[in-house]
Structures are given as structure tokens and as C-alpha cells.
Design a protein around this ligand. Structure first.
Ligand code: KG4
Ligand code: ZN
Length: 334
């Protein structure tokens, strides 16, 4: 057979994305981000699934076009099976199953969080196994030992909010739009850390962000009693303080894991790995401890189908394919 092509689809939350991969790597990566959730302060599941329905065909068409291939040339279809929003996942899974059936080609199911980690294998330099990955997204915060592309172990995770949620919920308190992570990141650059929010008392390698959220809420309430314009007048400093508190929390657990498992390579993945404070802190930590570090390109931090394609490529190579009984699973196990 000549060149082999796999089409991957991602629709787990509010991004509709499609990507084509071959043995030469990613040939296209097209993402439509839904902007209509901002006014509601978070993703509205019903709106998200309807929007995926509208966008999936044009996004897939565009991905095939950019890769310069026709759908008849595809050799496999991959899709995010979970975790995510059920209605959103259903659109991608149903679309992928229909296409696999119509073209009579294999179907590959991908775990969204595995894919965030495997985004590191899209381009050079690639990590060596085993490595330690801090995966931080809107729904998950995990410390993972990555032993191979298909063998990963969670050694710590959040017991309440995810890091992305901590950013987004704080943003809501501050009156910022959803998703607030990138806005806090931008504003933090104009300010400096002036407030010490209470630290997480969580023992071991698990994370907790709910205490921080409460601490932010009460601290700001107290300040606003003396000055009703406190938040408005100090927005940049508040953002810098919040970002520093979240990053410190993540870094302290990462350091603990490095010491416990003695791994020489570290990586970050997921939407929050786009955060400039976290990216800088990882570089500083790696230099201090003489570790090799991997930080994804911004395009591969937040949700995208290129990472799904990369993860699927490994599974497909191992013959791990599915049939028409595949079901979307919002709580898919790691
Ligand atoms: O991985 P992702 O795109 O979707 C999920 O799988 O959840 O992550 C989205 C999360 C949101 O919570 C968003 O606020 C956060 O990533 N995020 C950021 C930044 N860019 C995205 N958080 C902090 N700083 C950023 N620059
Ligand atoms: Zn994600």
C-alpha cells in the first residue's frame, strides 16, 4: 500500500476539530472554537452539541482539503471517546462511526487526556520514556508517569476543581469572561503579586483548589468593604496573585513527584499549559534540578484534533481498533 492516512475528530467540549496524519506527521489541524458560551460564564452543554453538529462537516472538509487528500484516500478514522460532555462527544463519535462504516475502514477510539500528553510527540524534540507529565486542563489536573504511548499511570490528581476551573471560577468572581484562564494570564503580566492567598493543605501528590477559591472570595470581599472599587482598581495585581497561587500549588506537587519517582524528564500538557507563568516556572524548575523539560507549542495546549491523531496513530499501529459498538463515554477511565 502507498501512503496511509488517518483522520481524527475531537468534539469533547467546545472545540470542533479535525486533523489528518500520515507517517510523515500532521498534515492538517483545523479547529473551530465556539465563542457563544462566553456570555453564560461557562460551556452550555446543549449549545455545545448543537454547534458541533453545525460545524463538524465543514471542519472535516477543511482538514481533508488542507491535507490535500479526498475522503476515499483515508485508511482509518479516529475520534475522542471521552471524557467530556456527553452530547458533544456523541456528535464526534456518531460522525466518525458513520464515516468508518461508509468508507469501510477501521475506527480508533482515543482518550482525551492521553491525547493531551501525546501532543508532545507531534514535533521534535520528543520526550524519552518514562517521563513525568503534569496535565492541566479545564476538567482535569493529573500527575502522570508516561511509560509508553499506550501505558500511563496517574500518581496524583485533583480531588475537587481542576486547575483550569480554578482560573475560570476566579474569573467569574472577578467579573471576567469565560474562559478566564487566558485573560488572567494576560492581565497578570501587567501586575505583580501583592496578595498571599491561602495555600492548599492537601498532603501527598493529590491537588485541591477549592480552598484557594474560597480564600480569593473572602479576601476580596474584605478588601471591597473598605474600598468598593478594589477589584477594578487592582485587577492586574489580583490576577498576578491568583496565577502565582495556582502555579505554586501545581509546582509544589510536581516537585514532590520528581523527588519520589526520580524521573529526569518532565512535561506539561492541556489547556492551562498555555499559561505563561506556568511555562516560566517549569523552565526555572528544570534548570534548578537539571531536568529535561517539554512544553507544548501553544496550538497543541488547548483542545485540538492533531493530538487525537497522534494518539490514534500509536493505537492503530498496535492494532487497537473498534467496531460499530463504540459508545461515547463522558467518564471514560484513564
Ligand atoms: O485542554 P482544554 O482546552 O480543554 C479541556 O480539556 O478542558 O483546557 C481549557 C482550559 C480552560 O479552563 C482555560 O481557562 C484554560 O484551559 N486556559 C488557560 C490558558 N489558556 C487556556 N489557563 C490559564 N492560562 C492560559 N493562558
Ligand atoms: Zn482538553
Amino acid at each position: 500500500m502507498g501512503q496511509k492516512y488517518l483522520l481524527a475528530i475531537e468534539s469533547s467540549c467546545d472545540d470542533t476539530s479535525a486533523s489528518v496524519i500520515s507517517k510523515d506527521g500532521i498534515l492538517s489541524n483545523v479547529t473551530h472554537t465556539q465563542l457563544n458560551h462566553a456570555q453564560y460564564g461557562g460551556v452550555v452543554p446543549e449549545l455545545a452539541s448543537r454547534n458541533h453538529l453545525q460545524m463538524i462537516t465543514p471542519v472535516v472538509d477543511q482538514a481533508l482539503k488542507q491535507a490535500n487528500i479526498s475522503k476515499e484516500e483515508l485508511n482509518a478514522i479516529a475520534v475522542t471517546q471521552g471524557p467530556g460532555l456527553l452530547g458533544s462527544l456523541l456528535v464526534g463519535v456518531t460522525f466518525a462511526k458513520s464515516m468508518a462504516l461508509a468508507l469501510n475502514i477501521p475506527l480508533v477510539a482515543v482518550h482525551h487526556m492521553h491525547a493531551h500528553i501525546l501532543a508532545h510527540f507531534i514535533e521534535d524534540p520528543k520526550p524519552d520514556f518514562p517521563f513525568l507529565c503534569l496535565t492541566v486542563s479545564g476538567g482535569h489536573t493529573q500527575l502522570v508517569i508516561v511509560k509508553s504511548p499506550v501505558d500511563m499511570e496517574i500518581i496524583g490528581q485533583t480531588i475537587d476543581d481542576a486547575a483550569g476551573e480554578a482560573f475560570d471560577k476566579t474569573g467569574k468572581i472577578l467579573g471576567l469572561e469565560y474562559p478566564a484562564g487566558p485573560i488572567i494570564d494576560r492581565l497578570a503580566k501587567e501586575g505583580s503579586k501583592t496578595i498571599d492567598f491561602s495555600k492548599s493543605k492537601m498532603e501527598g501528590l493529590d491537588f485541591s483548589f477549592s480552598g484557594l477559591k474560597t480564600s480569593i472570595l473572602y479576601t476580596l470581599r474584605k478588601k471591597q468593604k473598605n474600598n468598593p472599587n478594589y477589584v477594578k482598581e487592582n485587577m492586574a495585581d489580583i490576577c498576578a496573585s491568583v496565577q502565582s497561587a495556582i502555579v505554586d500549588n501545581l509546582l509544589s506537587k510536581l516537585e514532590l513527584a520528581i523527588e519520589k519517582y526520580q524521573l529526569k524528564e518532565i512535561a506539561i500538557a492541556g489547556g492551562v499549559s498555555a499559561n505563561s507563568g506556568l511555562r516560566k516556572a517549569i523552565i526555572d524548575l528544570a534548570e534548578k534540578r537539571n531536568l529535561r523539560y517539554y512544553i507544548p507549542k501553544l496550538a497543541y495546549c488547548t483542545d485540538n484534533a492533531a493530538m487525537i491523531a497522534q494518539a490514534a496513530w500509536y493505537k492503530w499501529e498496535e492494532g487497537k481498533t473498534e467496531n460499530q459498538h463504540l459508545v461515547a463515554n463522558p467518564r471514560l477511565e484513564f
